[in-house]
Design a protein around this ligand. Structure first.
Ligand SMILES: C[S@@+](CC[C@H](N)C(=O)[O-])C[C@H]1O[C@@H](n2cnc3c(N)ncnc32)[C@H](O)[C@@H]1O
Length: 344
């Protein structure tokens, strides 16, 4: 039979050609070596140079006297080493360019510039652009005055704008109210999106929880600690821990049209766990002390209390023990509670 052997192109690939007419019987060593060579060619076509080198190594061993197999083996091995070096270089280059880019996620607390940390201000000043969807014009002016390159935009365009900004800048900022990663599930999508092209650093800020802790003077916790709940999930699957001081974040969700079918179940579940006249509070912190709010109702009239609730209120239900320390609050705390209980 005529043996087909391969020739290595200048790029290291294998081209078919006819041998000088060498013949071999099926099952002979030349026949077997050539079969290995053909399989190697298939592996190269699939892009598996490692497998091709292995097969050609075997062919070379079977036919040490045929120079073509040794040449093929050497050339394919060289190609394999070259491509390994190339991909190593590409990986390092990609990593280096990602390492150069940084997204700083910073907080303005509940009112810039007063509640921004020095660390956050420094990080924002080092940015080419800082995007935010949560500042009004007055708050934005306060940020501009600190020489921070603020760009206000809608939430929906944050991710796209940040991506585009990385074409021009190495450092870009995302400014959020409260503590950036405290109950902010929609920010996760943006960070996931950006983390493929930049390092992401999140700097701590002041959360609504921090603000409420001071408003209520929570120097002690209930014996069983604190329960933080997000009404997004609690309204659908009511869970209450009456022995813990409880903060229900986003209580506006109980009023939300989307949750209409869960409302009655939520009110029944809380009424099953607490006495009807047990006090509940809607609390809102503001940088302006005159605008801080604590509105009192009770478990029985919670549906009517929630009429006062906007997106910045948190629903607070203390444990018996927490309730006691609230009624004996120190004089300097000056808790101003508006009573809206319709059961009194
Ligand atoms: C989506 S969460 C965001 C929390 C924010 N990341 C933080 O650190 O406070 C929004 C909820 O936080 C609470 N919240 C926000 N601003 C508040 C304020 N000024 N006073 C009291 N609670 C507030 C409310 O329960 C509101 O529905």
């Amino acid at each position: 039979m005529l043996v087909t052997i391969a020739q290595v192109s200048s790029a290291g690939g294998i081209n078919s050609m006819k041998d000088s007419g060498k013949k071999d019987k099926p099952g002979g060593s030349l026949f077997l070596a050539d079969r290995l060579r053909r399989r190697a060619q298939q592996e190269i076509a699939k892009g598996d140079l490692k497998a091709a080198v292995r097969l050609l190594g075997r062919a070379k061993k079977i036919q040490p006297d045929v120079a073509h197999f040794a040449q093929l083996y050497a050339a394919t091995l060289a190609e394999l080493n070259l491509s390994a070096r190339r991909s190593e270089g590409c990986g390092r280059k990609a990593q280096a360019s990602k390492a150069k880019k940084k997204l700083s996620v910073v907080s303005c607390g509940f009112g810039p510039p007063a509640q921004m940390t020095c660390e956050s201000v420094d990080a924002m000043r080092s940015c080419g652009a800082v995007y935010s969807c949560c500042l009004d014009a007055i708050a934005a002016r306060g940020v501009f005055k600190l020489s921070i390159p603020l760009v206000r935009c809608r939430f929906q365009s944050l991710s796209r704008n940040i991506r585009r900004a990385f074409v021009r800048h190495d450092n870009v900022g995302l400014l959020i109210y409260g503590n950036p990663l405290f109950l902010n599930p929609h920010v996760e999508g943006i960070l996931r999106d950006i983390s493929s092209l930049a390092e992401v650093q999140v700097l701590p800020g002041i959360s609504s929880f921090d603000a409420l802790v001071n408003m209520f003077g929570m120097m002690n916790l209930s014996g069983k600690g604190v329960y933080l709940a997000d009404c997004e999930s609690v309204v659908k699957d009511p869970q209450f821990e009456p022995e813990q001081d409880t903060f229900f974040f986003s209580p506006w969700r109980i009023n939300d049209k989307e949750n209409r079918r869960y409302r009655a179940g939520f009110f029944k579940a809380i009424a099953d766990k607490y006495p009807g006249r047990f006090p509940v509070f809607l609390a809102k912190y503001s940088l302006n002390p005159a605008k801080c709010e604590i509105i009192r109702g009770c478990v029985a009239c919670l549906p009517s209390l929630l009429k006062y609730c906007d997106r910045a209120h948190t629903l607070v239900v203390f444990s018996e023990r927490g309730q006691l320390s609230l009624s004996n609050s120190p004089p300097w705390l000056r808790l101003e509670v508006r009573n809206k209980c319709v059961c009194d």
